[in-house]
Design a protein around this ligand. Structure first.
Ligand code: PGA
Length: 256
């Protein structure tokens, strides 16, 4: 395992400012497991407020996406400078919903990783194969390509600051089928090896895709799984804390 076990959530396009305040307030006041590095990725509209409410709590706050350019004529986008400016420390990049609906390419993700690092942010790079890629037997190749493209050109020291998440597209969202530990383990291994071969660093690789209270324990004890990146099951603060608690419990039981 690389560093503390991480448990976090992206809210996607959910939560008004009032709901975001409630979530952050609950999380700030809650007893949080020390063994876990918690993170929350609110929508851009709530980023500053959530970062403010969780400042000093140890819970990391991040953006769900940001642009690689410093500033300029990019209507609708936010820059890494803006993300860092409001007190966020993390930025998810290359989520499959960004790749599928906003045509983000591996090259875009590479530029964004570069920009995030240049602004002192931790990039959380999402990789994952589609159901078709899995069916055709190119799951490993897809994940390795996406991971290598994301980190290409980084120095050893820069690569050491990057987190990855394996998020099989077929596992994400309503109708997604969560990956089993047996599905996830070989891909996590392949992603780690690809990064070791590229820059000599074994990165943390989180698992994401329909993580829920039923499967969190089993996924949390896979040795190559360094954290859980949760969507729906952590859209409430108690939901996030419950997954974190289950991960702690399972890992303690497994002696991890
Ligand atoms: P889900 O989302 O847990 O709702 O499947 C996961 C993700 O998109 O990271």
């Amino acid at each position: 395992m690389i560093g503390k076990f991480r448990v976090g959530t992206g809210w996607k396009m959910n939560h008004t400012l009032a709901m975001a305040r409630d979530y952050a307030g609950t999380l700030a006041a809650a007893e949080r497991p020390e063994e876990i590095d918690l993170f929350v990725l609110p929508p851009a509209t709530a980023l500053a407020e959530v970062a403010r409410l969780l400042a000093g709590s140890g819970v990391r706050v991040g953006a769900q996406n940001a642009h690689w350019a410093e500033k300029g004529a990019w209507t609708g986008e936010i820059s890494m400078t803006m993300v860092a400016d409001v007190g966020a420390s993390l930025v998810a990049l290359g989520h499959s919903e960004r790749r599928a609906h906003f045509a983000e390419t591996d090259l875009d993700v590479n530029r964004k990783v570069r920009a995030a690092l240049d602004h002192g942010l931790t990039p959380l790079v999402c990789v994952g194969e589609t159901a078709d890629e899995k069916r055709l037997g190119v799951a490993v190749a897809t994940n390795v390509r996406q991971a290598r493209m994301a980190l290409a050109g980084l120095t050893h020291a820069e690569a050491a600051r990057v987190w990855l998440a394996y998020e099989p597209v077929w596992a994400i969202g309503e109708g997604g089928v969560p990956a089993t530990p047996e599905d996830a383990q070989p891909i996590h291994r392949a992603i780690k090896q690809a990064v070791v071969d590229l820059v000599g660093i074994e990165p943390p690789v989180l698992y994401g895709g329909s993580v829920n209270p039923q499967n969190a324990r089993a996924l949390a004890v896979v040795p190559e799984v360094d954290g859980l990146f949760v969507g729906r099951s952590a859209w409430t603060a108690p939901g996030l804390l419950e997954i974190a608690r289950l991960a702690v419990e399972a890992r303690a039981d497994a002696g991890a």
